[in-house]
Ligand binder design. Sequence first.
Ligand code: PRX
Length: 635
Amino acid sequence: MSNYHVKTLEEYFHVYRKSVRNPELFWEEIAEEHFVWRKKWDTVLSYDFEKPEFKWFEGAQLNITENCIDRHLHIRGDKTAILFEPNSPDEEAEHISYKELHKRVCKFANVLKDQGIKKGDRVCIYLPMIPELAISVLACARIGAVHSVVFAGFSSTALATRINDCEAKMVVTSDGSYRGAKTIDLKSIVDEALENCSSVKTVLVAKRIHSDIQLKEGRDKWLEPLLEEAYQDCVPEIMDAEDPLFILYTSGSTGSPKGMLHTTGGYMVYTAYTFKNVFNYKENDVYWCTADIGWITGHSYIVYGPLANGATTVMFEGVPSYPDFGRFWEVVEKHKITQFYTAPTAIRALAKEKLEFVDAYDLSSLKVLGTVGEPINEEAWHWYNDNVGKKKNPIVDTWWQTETGGMMISPLPYITPTKPTYAALPLPGIQLALMDENGKEVKGNQVDGRLCVKFPWPSIARTIWGNHQRYKETYFSAFNNMYFTGDGALRDEVGYYRITGRVDDVIIVSGHNLGTAPIEDAINEHPAVAESAIVGFPHEVKGNALYGYVILKETGETRNQDNVRKEINQIITEHIGPIAKLDKIQFTEGLPKTRSGKIMRRILRKIAHDELNNLGDVSTLLNPEVVQSIIDNRL
Ligand code: PRX
């Protein structure tokens, strides 16, 4: 698989400049190496930031699973493709070879076909981190069905919203999941969701926890007997490079989630290329990304990127704290992990525990450490570097988004000197800009601004499913002729980037993107709530936690405030999931508003951060008097 053949920082700059001078040529050379194209492209790129429209490798035909599986069969058929490490350390790990993966994906693909799924149909996958999750994703791609994986920690309401938005014909789920010492009844969540989803005709149920669940006649089917019967070969559907591959939902600043649509050819090239280079991947490495496939990190860097490189990719079903806080390191030792990719929130949680949990294991197999999902603070970076990497492994702090499909800013191991809390330099092919509030580019170093990308890259999401206008407004309207990320960033004296956080109404809690609007909508469903506003505040482990300001209705009756707090969090859990629960809920008489009625979250954020000195001019507010009362009653 293509890499830049870069060995020094000087060479990086050379390749980077080349990628800017002639992006089409740069990407064409990468796409030409190793991939199986059934037909070559007519044009590398055509684009229009106005529409906005991006087409990569138009005219080309391929099937991504042929690149991720079949291509490897004759050279590494017996090599482990997926290494499944179960929740319980007492259960044996499963090594699924490329040959075995081929068979299981083909069988699954044939089951999908037998159940009436065709190219272009949407299949919702709601599974725990078991091999069937990766296999069902690949099976969809095999036949050209569009997968939409919903993280199995989401509630039934959140699941139903996503199923309805993409009009999925089928749901793939399991009889339950293990999570540390607990089991979760996923099937009931699906049943509840489907009460409100008319598009779903079939539910396939994988057996995992062997619980006693009900199958709905005519709709639900056990997966295993169908797989047993299915034929073990399935000719891959030939896809156009721009045919949809998957939809993955991410939070936005309005109530409904955004279904980011990724297409086939560009996504494959980009995830394969970044995986290889950012992890400095070598043939016999054993690579582990601890994310869930329900998020983009799992799509790009557990499934597609690693498999396109013929790598061994670990899928971990469990949690870092079970059976104790040494679990990650036990797994690293057991499978001799070479690249380890995790989230800052996990590092912070583990750093709070005794060092013996790390020191008890041999971590000498590790070569590269990675982080993703939110800014990593200096303390966590050093803990990771000192105790896990033993100061010998480079840390790649990779900045990217569901929308970007793959990593955009990251050090290259052993090439880019790392600097704690900095994602460092854009990868070759990625042209960044920092913009000021007046829409002007901020040039030079030691500056900050809003982070934008001013030239297309192959894995940019092509639209928001069913709402191209929202796609245009969210990403392409803030600044002309560029993609706006929603993040703020600074560029230091040598040109390194540091992400400073979101500049919109999205809050990142434990690495999960949460929009304020859907949470506020949920809170407002409580019968006693008149209005609410959510902001983030710093939290030791989660990075950010949620602070809710809530106005109660005047009903004359007095309610126990702690009960209302519990009920509010219960509603949030039902509507979105436990990840969106509020850490603090302050009841207030009013919320600061502009004269046009917009809630001034900026002021609430400052109060929640305890930054009371520079609240700014509050006199222009509609109701300046509420600010003092909110300050006086802050939690
Ligand atoms: O704010 C940035 C933050 O996560 C956002 C994207 O979230 P999501 O689409 O869920 O994708 C997460 C996994 C790719 C970004 O807009 N973010 C992601 N990586 C970093 C980061 N912030 C700082 N440093 C990072 N390395």
